[in-house]
Design a protein around this ligand. Structure first.
Ligand SMILES: Cc1cc2nc3c(=O)[nH]c(=O)nc-3n(C[C@H](O)[C@H](O)[C@H](O)COP(=O)(O)O)c2cc1C
Length: 193
């Protein structure tokens, strides 16, 4: 069976580099034989995590929708920018809300359980957003996902993309292929257990 992979970016910015990286990942995963769902967090707006709000109104429907999507896929690929060397608030807020889910009505729902995750980053600077991925790894470990070691980080992202959306640089293209192949291999292994 084809591994089902969910792909999204940690930025809603118009023309976001991380969105462009997520698009490359989507095409690469599909070419390698995965069944890919590409979503954008802008379609799932969430309030800032607030336990009073949670107590009063429950977990927002968009978080539950995301939780169902996470649970319905074997693996997740996240392409993120870094903000002040760490996780952008959009992404952290999304991870936090989804981490509050344990049920969907009468049924148990564990969005992160057994999920294999691959990470990519990008930045217009030299560091390629790589420092933020250490924090992102740590948070995603905490919620119970398995994060693969391969990652693809794109430096000087403002000049990294060709007109057709692919990477100019062959090395970055190969790095993305390695990440996507490793994610597919790990999800297949996890499903076979
Ligand atoms: C609050 C804030 C903090 C930032 N901190 C960093 C940083 O630590 N390292 C970095 O490379 N870029 C940093 N940037 C620049 C972002 O990498 C850049 O805006 C990037 O284009 C955002 O990602 P996106 O294109 O996916 O939206 C920061 C931007 C903002 C708004």
């Amino acid at each position: 069976m084809l591994p089902k992979i969910l792909v999204f970016a940690g930025s809603n910015r118009t023309g976001a580099f991380s969105g462009q990286v997520a698009d490359v990942a989507t095409r690469t995963l599909a070419a390698l034989g995965a069944e890919v769902t590409r979503i954008a967090l802008i379609d799932y707006p969430l309030p800032i995590m607030d336990q009073d709000l949670e107590k009063e109104k429950g977990i927002p429907e968009n978080a539950v929708k995301l939780g169902r999507l996470f649970a319905a896929h074997d693996g997740i690929l996240i392409a993120s920018p870094e903000y002040n060397s760490s996780i952008p608030p959009l992404l952290k807020n999304t991870i936090d809300w989804v981490s509050r889910i344990s049920r969907d009505g009468e049924k148990p729902l564990r969005p992160y359980a057994g999920k294999i995750v691959a990470l990519c980053s990008s930045s217009d600077g030299n560091f390629a957003g790589i420092r933020g991925l250490y924090h992102l790894r740590s948070v995603l470990m905490n919620v119970g996902t398995q994060i693969i070691s391969e990652q693809c980080s794109v430096a000087h992202a403002h000049e990294a993309f060709a007109d057709d959306g692919s990477f100019h640089d062959e090395r970055t293209t190969r790095a993305m292929e390695r990440v996507c192949q490793a994610l597919i291999d790990h999800t297949r292994l996890a499903k076979s257990r």
